[in-house]
Each structure stands twice: as C-alpha cells, then as structure tokens.
Design a protein around this ligand. Structure first.
Ligand SMILES: *Cc1c(COP(=O)(O)O)cnc(C)c1O
Length: 377
C-alpha cells in the first residue's frame, strides 16, 4: 500500500470543475494582479478569522516581512521568536534588518514556552531591552501557541505581536481564531498548507486601521497615490488567479479540517490500542482547536530508523524540523551554541510527521500504525 505524506490530486478531483471555471473567467478577463477576486478573498478570510481587515500578499514569508515593516520594525530592532519553526519566521526578521532572539519551546506542543520567553527577555541588557520591539509566536503544526500568556508578556514589554499562523488557518484558542489575537496574523497559501493555492500566496489579518493602511501601501512599493512614494515598500501583491483558487477552497476548509481531526483521532485510538505509547508520544491537544496541518509524533528512540522503515513500506513522513534555527549556519553570528535550547534540540531529533490529510482512508491509517508496530516489535 502507498501512503504519501500528502496527495493533493485527490483534493483537486473534488473541486476541479469549480477551479477550471473560475480560472477560465480570469483568463478571459486578462485581469491578473489584485482586483475583485483578491478583494473577495480578503473579505472572506477576515470574516473566517474574525478580524476587521485582511490583506492579500505574495506568500507567507512576505506576510511576515510586510507585517514587520508595517509595524515599523527594522534596523537594529530585536524580535523574539521560536527556534523550532520553518525558517521563514526568523528569516523575515533578518530581512527587515532586525535581529531574532530565540526562546525555548514547550516539550508537549512544540510551541514557544512563555516561561522561557520571560527568562530570555529578562536577561537582555537594558540597551537591548530598548530595541526589543516585537514577538512572533508560531502556531506550529496547526495548534495555537499559548496566546494569553504571550499577549500578557507583549503588553508588559510594549511589543507588537505578529502571529505566524502559516500552518494554522482555522485553529482556535478558546473562542479566538488564529490570526485574530495579535496585532497581525500571517497566513501562507503554499500548496502543501491546509489551505493551499496553486502556487505561492499569503494573507495578513489585522484589526488595526492604521496597520491595514500601511500594509495596503507597502505591498505596492509604498505608493500613495500611484507613482508618489513616501515610504519604500515592495511588490508583495497577491495574484487574482491564486486568490480565486483559494476562495473556492475556503468553502471546503472546515470539512477538510474535520477530516484531519478525525484522522488524528483514529491514529490516537489505533496507536494506543497497539500499546505503542511506550515508544512514542502522541501530539498534545490543549483546549484549542488543533487543525492538524501536521500530525507529529515524538519517538523516544530510533526515529530515523523508523522513518526509513516506513519509507520502504511506501509511507511518506517528514521531519519538521531537523535543525533548530539557532543552530543554522546563517545565524552563526547570533552567537548561539548547541545546548542553548535543549527542548527544541530534542524535538529536532525525535519528532516525525505522519500523513494526516483529509482524504486518507481508514485502511491507510491502519496500515501506517501496523507498520510502526511491526518496526518496534
Ligand atoms: C510555510 C510557512 C511559512 C512561509 O510561508 P510561504 O508561503 O512558504 O512563504 C512561514 N512560517 C511557517 C511556520 C510556515 O510553516
């Protein structure tokens, strides 16, 4: 049996007619950049996330960069974030001239640990504290970070909070949706995300009229009006084609999320029934609505051998992420060393993502769990 990590062809089959119709309309109109399809998606995403505004941008990475720019964070500023996330989270901080400062993660959720944040912030020099301007909590794997504590902390230090919700559209923390709690919410429509375009795309959500205004201008080279530039922005625009495709998919997002959550539950039941708890930890689900962009287990031992064995059995898996960001070569200059964030370093060596996309069949899930059992037996 084959169980790929993700099979987007199955999803495409179910929406093909709608996609072809809307893309054909755009081809006929020859209107490709921003425009009515982008505006419609912006309204729908704002409503979906529970924010006043949403601004379509060119990718999840650009969503982070433009949010930092819109908040006025730049040269010499400091932004706190997690070392255990996709590279773009910290890369964006550097791209605007600021410096990422990391804090360790919670071993159970792999989200940033509020206690570690406080410790790291307290240890900054008074000069550094003055430059501390923002924090980027990441809702890793589709589960919200502990936002109550993060937001309290941000308030104490007067920080701008930018949620990296690239893996988490539709996830909830209490009553709140991802992207509606901080000053900005950043989303990615990279094809493999739970709401993916047919190429690159992203969105920024915000409740602030001022930030919204900044975002609108910055995504178009800072022009206001056209050809008059008070500030330097960039080309961070979203295509009409990508927006129209994401709009079609957004209607199905909740049913796909339901499928992912059911698959996660099925894994839990089968893994527990098979007595595999000795060898692995299941993903922690807090009071939040975890949308399982990834279903990530933690293997006590032999993670890499298991991965190879599953691969030979036709099962796709992935390691998110094998090298924590504080140990990346490009961040050598930040002065971190191995041992600085032991929880993130442990996660990098022990986590494994299993296929969880909504079209997965029960037989496939049973097959995956059988193979994990066979390996540890
Ligand atoms: C995917 C991702 C991004 C970047 O999104 P792109 O659309 O690929 O640029 C940023 N942060 C996290 C946590 C991601 O998973």
């Amino acid at each position: 049996m084959k169980v790929p990590l993700l099979d987007l062809k199955l999803q495409y089959k179910t929406i093909k007619e709608e996609i072809l119709k809307v893309t054909q309309d755009i081809f006929e109109s020859q209107y490709f950049i921003l425009g009515p399809h982008v505006e419609t998606l912006e309204k729908d995403i704002a409503r979906y996330c529970g924010t006043k505004h949403a601004v379509g941008v060119s990718s999840g990475t650009d969503a982070l960069i433009i949010s930092l720019m819109a908040a006025g964070i730049g040269d010499g500023d400091i932004v706190l974030t997690s070392p255990y996330t996709f590279f773009a989270t910290a890369g964006s901080i550097c791209r605007v001239g600021a410096k990422p400062v990391f804090a360790d993660i919670d071993p159970e959720t792999c989200n940033i640990d509020p206690e570690s944040i406080s410790r790291v912030a307290d240890a900054l020099s008074s000069k550094e504290k003055k430059r501390l301007k923002g924090i980027i909590p990441v809702h890793l794997y589709g589960q919200s970070a502990e936002m109550d504590t993060v937001l309290d902390f941000a308030k104490d230090y007067n920080l701008v909070t930018i949620e990296d919700a690239a893996q988490a559209i539709g996830s909830e923390y209490g009553e709140k949706r991802a992207g509606s709690m901080g000053d900005f919410g950043c989303f990615s429509f990279f094809p493999s995300k739970n709401l993916g375009a047919f190429g690159d795309g992203g969105m920024v959500t915000t409740d602030s009229d001022e930030f919204n205004h900044n975002l609108q201008i910055l995504r178009n080279h800072g022009a206001e009006p056209k050809y008059y530039h008070k500030i330097v922005g960039g080309n961070f625009r979203l295509d009409a084609l990508q927006a129209a495709i994401v709009s079609v998919k957004l209607k199905y997002l909740d049913s796909w999320t339901k499928g992912r959550r059911e698959n996660a539950l099925k894994y839990r039941e089968l893994i527990t029934a098979a007595g595999l708890d000795k060898f692995l930890t299941l993903p922690e689900e807090r009071e939040t609505r975890h949308i399982y962009n990834q279903f990530v287990i933690n293997l006590t031992e032999k993670r890499d051998e298991l991965r190879l064995f599953l691969q030979e059995s036709g099962i796709g898996t992935e390691i998110y992420y094998p090298v924590p960001l504080h140990l990346q070569e490009c961040f050598k200059g930040l002065g971190y060393k191995k041992g600085d964030f032991p929880v993130a370093e442990y996660a990098a060596e022990h986590t494994l993502a299993l296929p969880v996309y909504s079209e997965l069949s029960n037989d496939q899930i049973e097959y995956v769990v059988d193979k994990i059992s066979a390996f540890y037996r």
